[in-house]
Design a protein around this ligand. Sequence first.
Ligand SMILES: [Fe+2]
Length: 500
Amino acid sequence: MPTQEAQKHAFVAPVKSYDLNEWQRGYESLKQEFDYWIDDVEGQIPPELNGTLFRNGPGLLDINGQRIHHPFDGDGMIVRVTFQNGRAHFCNRFVRTTGYLEEQQAGKILYRGVFGTKKPGGWLNNAFDFKLKNIANTNVIYWGNKLLALWEAAEPYRLDPYTLETLGQEYFDGILSEGEAFGAHPRFDPHSKLDGGAPCLVNFSIKPGLSTTITIFELSPAGKVVRKHACTVPGFAFIHDFAITPNYCILFQNPVTFNPIPFVLGMRGAAECIKFQSQRPTRIIIIPRQPKQKQIKILETYCGFVFHHANAFEQDREIIIDSICYKSLPEVEPESDFRKVNFDALDPGQIWRFHLNLQNHTVQQQLLESRHCEFPNLHPQKVGHSYRYIYVAAASASHGSAPLQAFLKIDLHSGKQQFWSAAPHGFVGEPVFVPRSNAQQEDDGWILALVYDGANHRSDVVILDARELHQGPIARLHLKHHIPYGLHGNFTSEVFLPRN
Ligand SMILES: [Fe+2]
């Protein structure tokens, strides 16, 4: 019998909210393409919810059995869920990029991936091959009557919103050149000050090197590029997302270095050559949206690594920006298997608020939420403006890193929270807030999301009432199959269904 002292020090493993094997199966490829009305529904689809949810993400985690090294290298697959009069229709299609078509025809990996996927044949067969495969897998937007699949290192691919047929690359009337980057995280300004209050799509692109060129694009509701201007900042930059206010674009230049040699020699993917520098500050780059105002500001702070921002707004002489920060960024190792990730060894993504003082160039920061979370979302009319509610996908446990299994709503005014967890078998994707038409309150609407059901190896589309998020889904739409964990998407009030 153990002594009292031994009992006191006995290690008690915390009960995990998930089973790693179940989580892993959410990363199986979905090779089939479907098109059907969803009949297996628990609860009720609100009849006043009409429109289309588009979502993008890696659909293939292998090419004919050859595993890709990281999900971020997976070919983009568009998921479309259309809501009409209390019913919902499902459709998924791969973006038929040049690389996708070539590899499907060859039945093997033909391209190196940014996140470490290698062609068969070892490093000798990969060295000095700098061909980039545009995988179009990160986001999908409907803007200017065009459905566009986005990947941050190359031009968008355009699809037919009715059939999801790939129509080819999009160059915006020659504004983009072949292979030119167009970011995967555009922001939709609901009332652009520079356009008399009309909506505007704002995006950026990065051309990294010893110094980095940042290009800002602004598109009218008709999809025309109305402003495009560039600036150069010192140093290498890895910037995935940004935020906007009526007057500014704000980008966080993460503290990283890039050593190209293992990439050149075929031993690592480009992203595997990025090294996080914990001792160095993050540089916050503030670019005026008005192209005539050339003066950019760069502020510094220590905040770890940032992939995603929730929102930003101007208040007095400050810009306030809410971002998800990781204390460190683990390197993607060439021999590692992402399916065997040790979540306990990772830092959680936590929401921080930054006050950027434009007068004295200081930064103040405060922790808003310590629970691990990702994929922030908000009311689309509040983008760039003071807002009250933030929605995120979150870990089920309040501490540490873990798969995303829950949704969290934070009232930024009162600090109150609502929380619903799909654990132990559910693994959630990005929550998309859809306002109810004619709503008076900021949270009067729904949260739409995909949830992988690990117990049944299939996915659900869930609908939650955003006012009562803690009550859980008001409808669960059971799909006939699973959908691999995805990335980003958007809702449009237009109803896209197959043409008869
Ligand atoms: Fe993202």
